[in-house]
Design a protein. Sequence first.
Length: 370
Amino acid sequence: MTAAFHRARSDPAKVLNALAQPLITVDGQGLVTEANTAAETFFDMGHGALLRSRLSDLLPFGSTVFGLVSDARKNHATVAGYKIDISTPRTGNRGPVDVFIAPLPQPVDSVAIMLQERAIAEKIDRQLTHRSAARSVTALGAMLAHEIKNPLSGIRGAAQLLEASVGDEDRALTRLICDETDRIVKLVDRMQSFADSTPAQWESLNIHAVLDHVKRLAQAGFARHVRFSEIYDPSLPHIQGSRDQLIQVFLNLIKNASEAIGHDGIDGEITLTTAYRPGVRLRAGENAESVSLPLEICVRDNGPGIPPEIAANLFDPFVTTKAQGSGLGLALVAKLVGDHGGIVECESHPRRTIFRVLMPLPSMRARASA
């Protein structure tokens, strides 16, 4: 055997950390003895904290998983459970997961537990739906720009002429007409941005430089009341994309996070993270080649979370929780990220909402568009 083979066998932690699925090992007393990077992310705990935990600390009381662990030990065979709810205050109200449990030879009664989030495939399907919705808004925006803006200009002009010849009481009404006309024009302009066919200026970008620029913009304006923290992977490669469009994407996401926290949130915090996460693949059509999306950029806030009734349709046009919102910001985010060959998804729990942008490597995007 070669020296390289021996080195690979002597460092199993590297193998575990290469897995995209959360995996932990548990001894006969229920203590966690090992955990990979995906498990740290899934349980929102550091490696050291996980190794000080029991399985009962990570799963809800009476979980089906405990019975599966017992079966794996008793029968000395791999067992699986499907659509199991493991939601806890720590993990939040997660969707069901598939659980795979295998006995380990040493120590006695040790098992390996791997979790597979069932939502991944559903998220990909929803993302393709978001893209279809964005294309519908593209056509709608072009039509509205042509059919509505010209008459609105005439209405506003007539209101301005009336304003000069009416009394103070009626002038408030003409001002209302002008203000509401301006508001409709702004809405149409935002929809027209979906139909903008101007080719983007693509370049090699350091995503951390883009995020730092957006953070400075936010801190100078709408996010003065929020504390920012960054957890960046410095080894992340450059991406190929439009700097202006990516700034628009992350400015929208950070603005939403800031507004969710609110100006009264004294402990409001937005965390920006980047990581390399192999494992998620996107197939845009039946005959299309699947593309890996390993570059992960997240915007996390500790606001109250997104109402469950709109969470599944969050990226659809005109879906919003804001009284004065148009519901086009996140639809535009989905479109721009899709134009870059990526996807954007949201995971929301009280005090832990994450918008996750997954992007391809430049070489992967080139192969997908070839």
